[in-house]
Design a protein around this ligand. Structure first.
Ligand code: NAD
Length: 475
């Protein structure tokens, strides 16, 4: 289908600035064909170089966008992670690109079969604000490793970082190699209607539904990296000090604005009091003050801050007990534990995406499991326990995008583990080899041999063909 033909029905036409940029990429893709390993390595190297070269500018831009983002968090979660994504792809690219031999049944021998990875063509990436650089560049690395051209639509909520990303890409890539498109929801909507060969969207579940509907018009395959409520289950026999330190570290990283942050805690009833006391103490130890503390990040904007305050106020009005670790300042919110919450409260129904943490007691591990099973399938699940039987039960009886035993968040930084949700938390995977495959067509190819015996099955089906078929059916 040509771009011009797509001007009706909402898809941006070739005259539309988005449509024309897309069309230029498609033309370049057809003109140049699949890039070889050297060009892909070079493109990956350019992504790494631009991040290294703009390190301070990135830290400054993210800090400005958040009105306070801990420098160490940006170094770890935006820069270190992006560079390790690039490093992993460069190291493994040769292996990923190689055709893969597939086994054949005796009936097809002496033919042979292979899977040949091919770039899909032009890939779209739509990214959110919470890790504004990583969420744009990490999928891009997979798309580029697989040999695609790509267009990226970063978040309008972090304008400084999105603008910087646009400048960096423009300085390191031709406009028909990688392009960054700036804009908010309207541009996002138009972007999602482009006839991409694959579209990877990271963001909220509600918008994810719209993206999938828009992509369906062009039969564009989607990877949806969505949100949700990721539980952390504290087993009765857990190493409580280690569990608490891990939860506070994970929950307060970027002030809870992490898709895989523990959204709520399920704790054995006997341990509830101990857990609450230790958690508040640990938060005060990690962050002795909130005001003026450069280690603690702010809530990204007033709208997000107000959303969290409304959630909190509603829970309090409906009878929840609220316990805070310290006093907030400006848009910096302290860790806030919520006890005696009810299913109907927004804090129990909606993704929190901030430093509020409902703590829910359970009597038996089966109750904790059934609590998780009743909700949407989460993006991550964390189980803190020393009881292998309990760990196996939780892992075996719940489905989540990923899981960590005795820690949280860390799996998201491991490039060799595929990353992606399930059900309401998303579909498909990226990172590492799975990311390469998401953005590739793994084309099955058979190579017939001149010594093949297909002639034995030639019509008209006489004795010889019937004997052959009987032989095949007997195996
Ligand atoms: P969002 O859905 O509001 O926006 C994400 C992106 O989509 C932005 O670039 C935005 O401009 C664009 N957009 C908004 N409406 C659109 C529309 N109708 N059509 C096309 N594009 C549109 O999400 P957000 O608030 O930026 O991010 C927070 C959410 O992202 C949370 O739910 C969080 O869990 C999720 N998230 C998920 C992951 C993951 O890997 N699964 C990672 C980070 C964040």
């Amino acid at each position: 289908m040509s771009i011009a033909e797509l001007s009706d029905g909402g898809t941006p036409s070739a005259e539309h600035p988005l449509g024309s940029r897309f069309a230029a990429m498609r033309v370049a893709n057809l003109r140049d064909g699949a890039p070889g390993r050297e060009l892909r390595l070079d493109r990956l190297q350019r992504i790494g170089a631009m991040v290294k070269g703009s390190r301070d500018a990135i830290i400054e831009a993210v800090d400005a966008d958040f009105s306070g983002r801990a420098r160490e968090e940006t170094l770890l979660a935006e820069i270190f992670t992006t560079l390790s994504t690039v490093r992993h792809a460069r190291k493994n690219l040769g292996k990923w690109m190689r055709p893969r031999r597939r086994a054949l049944d005796l009936a097809f021998k002496p033919a042979s079969a292979r899977l040949i990875p091919q770039p899909l063509g032009v890939v779209g990436v739509i990214s959110p604000w919470n890790y504004p650089l990583l969420m744009a560049l990490s999928p891009l690395v997979g798309a580029v490793a697989a040999g695609n051209r790509a267009m990226v639509k970063p978040s309008e909520i972090t304008p400084r970082t999105s603008a910087l990303l646009g400048e960096m890409i423009q300085a390191h890539f031709a406009a028909d190699e990688i392009a960054v498109v700036q804009g908010g929801r309207d541009i996002g909507e138009a972007f999602s209607r482009l006839p991409f060969d694959h579209l990877l969207y990271t963001g909220s579940t509600n918008v994810g539904r719209k993206i999938m509907a828009a992509a369906a018009e062009n039969l564009t395959p989607v990877t949806l990296e969505l949100g949700g409520k990721s539980p952390a289950i504290i087993g009765g026999d857990a190493d409580m000090a280690a569990a608490v330190a891990s939860i506070v570290r994970g929950k307060l990283f970027n002030a809870g604005q992490t898709c895989v942050a523990p959204d709520y805690i399920l704790v054995a009833r006997d341990e509830l009091e101990q857990f609450v006391e230790r958690t508040l103490a640990q938060a005060n130890k990690f962050y002795p003050s909130i005001e003026g503390n450069a280690d603690y990040s702010a809530i990204v904007n007033q709208a997000q801050f107000d959303r969290l305050q409304t959630m909190l106020g509603q829970a309090e009005d409906q009878g929840a007990r609220i316990l805070t670790a310290g006093t907030g300042a400006g848009r910096k919110m302290p860790l806030t534990l919520l006890l005696d919450t009810k299913d109907a409260m927004a804090v129990r129904r909606e993704e929190i995406f901030g430093p509020l943490l409902p703590v829910i007691p359970y009597d038996d591990i089966s109750d904790a499991i059934s609590h998780v099973q009743k909700g949407d399938r989460p993006l991550a699940l964390y189980i803190y326990s020393r009881d292998q039987n309990a760990i196996d039960r939780v892992l075996g009886e719940t489905i989540s995008g990923g899981a960590v035993v005795n820690d949280c968040l860390i799996h998201a930084g491991v490039e060799d583990l595929p990353f992606g949700g399930v059900g309401a938390s998303g579909m498909g995977h990226y990172h590492g080899r799975e990311g390469f495959e998401t953005f590739s067509k793994l084309k099955p190819v058979m190579y017939q041999s001149r010594w093949n015996a297909m002639w034995l099955l030639n019509p008209p089906y006489g004795k010889r063909a019937k004997a052959m078929i009987n032989l095949l059916l007997k195996r």
